[in-house]
Design a protein around this ligand. Sequence first.
Ligand code: ZN
Length: 660
Amino acid sequence: MPKDRIKYLRDEINIHNYNYYVLDNPTISDYEYDKLFSELKDLELTHPEFTTPDSPTQRVGGISSGFEEYKHKYRLYSLDNTYNEDELRKWYERVQKEFTEPVELVCELKIDGLAIALTYKNGLFTTGVTRGDGIIGENITQNLKTIKAIPLKLFKDTDVEVRGEIYMPKSSFEKLNEESKEKGDKIFANPRNAAAGSLRQLDSSVTAKRDLSMFTYTAIIENGDYLPKTHWDSIQYIKELGFKTNPNIRLVNDIEGAIKFCKDWETTRFNLDYATDGVVIKVNRFDYQNELGFTSRAPKWATAFKFPPEEITTTLLDIELGVGKTGAVTPVAILEPVNLAGSIVSRASLHNFDEIKRLDIRIGDKVLIKKAAEIIPKVIKVVDSEIHNSLPVYTTPKTCPECGGKLVTREGEVNLFCENSECPSVIKARLEYWVSKEAMDIDYIGPSVINQLYELGLVATPVDLYKLKYEDFFKLENVKEKSASNMYHSIQESKTKPFSRFVTALSIRHVGKETADLLVNECPSIEDLKQASLEKLSAIEGIGDKIALSIYEFFHNDKNLKLLSEFENLGFTFENTNLNRTEELAGKTFVLTGTLISMTRDEASDKIKMKGGKTSSSVSKNTSYVVAGSNPGSKLDKAEKLGVIILSEEDFINLIGENK
Ligand SMILES: [Zn+2]
């Protein structure tokens, strides 16, 4: 019966979601999961009468016109904050004096995310609402459904309201920002902002693509099989219902135990993949909680201990100017070294010159610097006005610190730019980027070698690198036969690197490694790039109008065209990568695992790309081949499970036609 099969599939998928997203312990392959999922989808399409709101297929998004206000059934109180041990002890004294027995406490990490309330009726997820002001929030049920750590159906038919914190893992936050930066999209200041921005999308399919999760920490059970008597027991019950809870929780006998928990996590928290800003301490027994009650805004039976701010005051010794490969000149704060959140900081970001002016930052000022764990430290403000007033106002530079060229502003950019194409800083920054791991990945050539080659007048453009003769390298400091030979060959061999590396290395504005890959898939030769119309470029998935325009302008600039023709004369083999494409590799996806003997994984990956193949870091049903070196690890197991073709190193070398 389709109905029974549908129910079976839903239960299976729900259990696998739970294993994967709540327990972090998947028990089937993505392939098997996808098979179950698409069978369910097909069955629901042919039998729409059996579709229900708790079906896992309902996790995909749709568009809404706005979020409705929603009055919370139970008010979400805020917590009073405490900032030191004394305040914690005083709070505990006030609590303890109401009781004769010692008052046990539960300590939990305070996740720096967004509080939400979820309602379940008969074990089914019905409504999800933001905290708002604690009385009225916004109904964001559709978006919350896309978060797989939120169960659509509980393991028990309970009527319950739970509260939790939605967060984005730091690693996902960084990845999202990197992608946004490359595309020229909005950059989020911290993981919490990224989570908030992702949650408040009118198109929930966008939310679905963001990596969000939730820790649940409170349950108000209206109708269930059991009523816990303590907070500790209720957390266990929350877990039994199928929610994800934070494992870093401790039951302690008194406030000293709680203080120890706070101290333990003060620095350890930086190792977690999510942001935390304190510890929540709650009286464990619910009868005690009821007796203590609330003030007008917060419960008396709980407090939030805030971690010491990741901020500190130090002296601004100097403002250094950095010149990047785009010519952007950025101010960097040189600081009296201080210990900030566990590391010594002597440099910090000053954003841009407008920001220096806005904050009236002067050299010699006492400044407050701040470090969120995931971001480089930055100067927040000036703190001592007496010293400040005696210092000269900082004047924004008008000329490039390196070449003396006039600095200009560009539309839509906050930075100042040195537009002198001969500027040594810009030239060196471009050359450094050319040889970097991200671009051409040329071994043995680093910033110091580039600097010397430039100062000696041997190189000014990437083309010059390829014109260097073996003898030239002896002009560098401490260079003997071996390293001269290494440097020379490393440069020459880079001529055969994949076309996408070359395109990355060109430093086209807004085009990083990932965009270059996308571009090269559509335009596999220089000729294709020169001829690509603006329409064609903007039609490439992942390339927006701004990037397309930048690419188009690059390939219609006389100077660049001249440079490209010089490259073509140097014997680069990328000219038409189609010639290198082979039937065996074109369009195929490879996953490399384990250690190869005859080449590094990077080299193998380059060879694959040169022949028209792609590489991926994870095995899925779309993987064509897994190349297994020694000590391959779990990717091999997964490949075996999915029935993906597994190649030994020798097989791989045969396939790419390098078996000489
Ligand atoms: Zn300059």
